[in-house]
Design a protein. Structure first.
Length: 83
Protein backbone atom coordinates (compact mmCIF):
# COMPACT_ATOMS: atom_id res chain seq x y z
CA UNK A 1 0.00 0.00 0.00
CA UNK A 2 1.37 3.40 -0.91
CA UNK A 3 2.38 5.69 1.93
CA UNK A 4 -0.25 8.34 1.18
CA UNK A 5 -2.94 5.66 1.02
CA UNK A 6 -1.86 4.00 4.26
CA UNK A 7 -1.80 7.39 6.01
CA UNK A 8 -5.36 8.11 4.86
CA UNK A 9 -6.56 4.64 5.92
CA UNK A 10 -5.00 5.11 9.35
CA UNK A 11 -6.48 8.62 9.66
CA UNK A 12 -9.97 7.33 8.86
CA UNK A 13 -9.58 4.13 10.89
CA UNK A 14 -10.59 2.36 7.69
CA UNK A 15 -9.84 -0.86 5.80
CA UNK A 16 -8.21 -0.72 2.38
CA UNK A 17 -9.49 -3.40 -0.01
CA UNK A 18 -6.53 -3.70 -2.36
CA UNK A 19 -8.11 -5.12 -5.50
CA UNK A 20 -4.81 -4.93 -7.38
CA UNK A 21 -2.63 -6.69 -4.80
CA UNK A 22 -5.01 -8.96 -2.91
CA UNK A 23 -4.48 -12.70 -3.41
CA UNK A 24 -8.08 -13.26 -2.30
CA UNK A 25 -9.49 -11.78 -5.52
CA UNK A 26 -7.92 -14.54 -7.60
CA UNK A 27 -8.73 -17.28 -5.07
CA UNK A 28 -12.40 -16.33 -4.94
CA UNK A 29 -12.80 -16.88 -8.71
CA UNK A 30 -11.24 -20.36 -8.84
CA UNK A 31 -14.58 -22.09 -8.10
CA UNK A 32 -16.04 -20.45 -11.22
CA UNK A 33 -13.36 -22.09 -13.37
CA UNK A 34 -14.08 -25.45 -11.77
CA UNK A 35 -17.82 -25.00 -12.35
CA UNK A 36 -17.27 -24.10 -16.02
CA UNK A 37 -15.10 -27.20 -16.50
CA UNK A 38 -17.73 -29.39 -14.83
CA UNK A 39 -20.60 -28.04 -16.95
CA UNK A 40 -18.94 -28.03 -20.37
CA UNK A 41 -19.28 -31.35 -22.15
CA UNK A 42 -15.85 -31.43 -23.74
CA UNK A 43 -12.68 -29.42 -23.79
CA UNK A 44 -12.63 -25.72 -22.87
CA UNK A 45 -10.56 -24.30 -25.72
CA UNK A 46 -10.82 -20.53 -25.13
CA UNK A 47 -11.48 -18.36 -22.09
CA UNK A 48 -12.46 -14.84 -23.09
CA UNK A 49 -13.28 -12.23 -20.45
CA UNK A 50 -13.33 -8.50 -19.88
CA UNK A 51 -10.71 -7.40 -17.41
CA UNK A 52 -10.31 -4.65 -14.85
CA UNK A 53 -7.65 -5.84 -12.47
CA UNK A 54 -7.39 -9.25 -14.12
CA UNK A 55 -8.27 -11.08 -10.90
CA UNK A 56 -11.48 -12.64 -12.20
CA UNK A 57 -9.80 -13.81 -15.39
CA UNK A 58 -6.76 -15.26 -13.64
CA UNK A 59 -8.80 -16.90 -10.87
CA UNK A 60 -11.16 -18.49 -13.37
CA UNK A 61 -8.17 -19.71 -15.38
CA UNK A 62 -6.62 -21.18 -12.22
CA UNK A 63 -9.85 -23.09 -11.58
CA UNK A 64 -9.90 -24.39 -15.14
CA UNK A 65 -6.25 -25.43 -14.87
CA UNK A 66 -7.02 -27.26 -11.62
CA UNK A 67 -9.68 -29.18 -13.58
CA UNK A 68 -7.02 -30.10 -16.19
CA UNK A 69 -8.35 -27.59 -18.73
CA UNK A 70 -5.76 -25.35 -20.39
CA UNK A 71 -7.57 -22.98 -22.74
CA UNK A 72 -6.12 -20.13 -24.77
CA UNK A 73 -6.86 -16.85 -22.98
CA UNK A 74 -8.24 -13.64 -24.47
CA UNK A 75 -8.40 -10.61 -22.19
CA UNK A 76 -10.65 -7.75 -23.29
CA UNK A 77 -10.01 -4.33 -21.79
CA UNK A 78 -13.12 -2.12 -21.79
CA UNK A 79 -12.44 1.32 -23.28
CA UNK A 80 -14.30 2.87 -20.32
CA UNK A 81 -11.82 1.49 -17.78
CA UNK A 82 -8.32 1.19 -19.22
CA UNK A 83 -5.69 0.02 -16.79
Amino acid sequence: MKTLTSQKVKQLNAFYADQFGSKDVVLDYQPMGLEIANQILGEVTVLCAAVGTGGALMGTLDGLNNAKEFPKVVALEPTQSPY
